[in-house]
Write a protein that binds this ligand. Structure first.
Ligand code: C2E
Ligand code: MG
Ligand code: MG
Ligand code: MG
Length: 287
């Protein structure tokens, strides 16, 4: 009896496996045509400086508007692209598009996400340099966002890549910081401009002393090492205020601004500051 039930369960499990594999294949197939068919878009989320909410950069985030599946989240399709060579084609499209948009802004940088496989690609440095500089863009306005996973399984090689990129003038940010396996020893060795505090810590700040303590530690670490610190996922005014008090230099999140299309980003880039957040009008003791 139990055996039969067990077999039944196995079968159900297998079917759902088939189902998910089929779905993956469909997404993979759809995605490979998506670039050529112009179904990818970039949206841009402002990164602002703490005091006057000056817009100093935008993070580029990819969207897939599929006629078949609707809006597909990058959280869904990037991991699938990452498992095939599609990630390179997709990544190149993202670089080109981000660089094109960047050229319309008066001075902000664009921050582009790179998955581990892109970062470990043969001659990654030469590849990115070529794409960015051939468009006439200064690497100083191009920030490369990587995660801890991208760098910590081959620390020596990653250190060399980051050093070269830094030498060329690129900005480097460590994304989702605190969720991976960075050791402080290696953080010190790497050439980094920016630490992005993962939004799970920002989210937990008000509820848990532990999250608040981690946020404070990252801010201090970043400052002590001369890095910019960006808090991701700022969703409420109280988070904004706590982060300001804690000395966090830069902020990003829905409370400040949602990711927006290139046209809206251009308007905001020219305005230069976020006008709307309540806290923006708060008098600053230091100024
Ligand atoms: P990420 O790089 O950590 O990007 C931040 C994510 O948090 C974005 O999700 C953004 O829309 C979202 N977010 C921003 N503010 C808030 C907030 O206040 N609350 C909440 N709950 N979420 C917020 P998105 O656009 O869905 O991207 C998900 C992930 O997909 C990114 O995480 C990044 O790892 C990856 N990704 C996005 N675009 C690209 C790309 O062009 N290339 C690569 N390789 N990966 C990308
Ligand atoms: Mg990112
Ligand atoms: Mg992040
Ligand atoms: Mg993330």
């Amino acid at each position: 009896e139990a055996k039969r039930q067990g077999r039944g369960m196995v079968r159900v499990f297998d079917e759902s496996m088939d189902e998910s594999i089929r779905f993956r294949r469909q997404i993979e197939g759809g995605l490979s045509g998506a670039i050529a068919k112009g179904e990818l878009r970039l949206v841009y989320q402002p990164i602002v400086a703490r005091d006057r909410l000056e817009v100093i950069g935008f993070e580029a985030l990819v969207r897939w508007c599929s006629p078949e599946y609707g809006m597909v989240s990058p959280a869904m399709f990037i991991p699938i692209a990452e498992e095939s060579n599609l990630i390179h084609e997709l990544g190149d499209w993202v670089i080109d598009e981000a660089v094109k948009t960047l050229q319309t802004w008066p001075g902000q940088y664009v921050s582009v996400n790179f998955s581990p496989r892109q970062f470990r690609r043969h001659n990654f440095v030469g590849h990115v340099v070529e794409r960015v500089t051939s468009a006439g863009v200064s690497p100083k306005r191009f920030q490369i966002e990587i995660t801890e996973t991208a760098i910590f399984d081959d620390v020596e090689r990653a250190a060399e890549t980051l050093f070269k990129l830094r030498q060329m003038g690129f900005r480097i940010a460590l994304d989702d910081f605190g969720t991976g396996y960075s050791s402080l020893y290696n953080i010190r060795r790497f050439a980094l401009d920016c630490l992005k505090i993962d939004r799970s810590f920002v989210d937990g700040m008000a509820r848990e002393r532990e999250s608040a303590a981690i946020v404070h530690s990252i801010i201090h670490l970043g400052r002590a090492l001369g890095m910019e610190v960006v808090a991701e996922g700022v969703e409420t005014i109280s988070q904004l205020q706590s982060l300001r008090l804690a000395g966090c230099s830069h902020l990003q999140g829905y409370y400040l601004a949602r990711p927006m299309d290139a046209e809206a980003a251009l308007t905001l880039a020219h305005a230069g500051f976020l006008a709307d957040a309540d806290a923006a009008s708060e008098p600053q003791a230091s100024s």
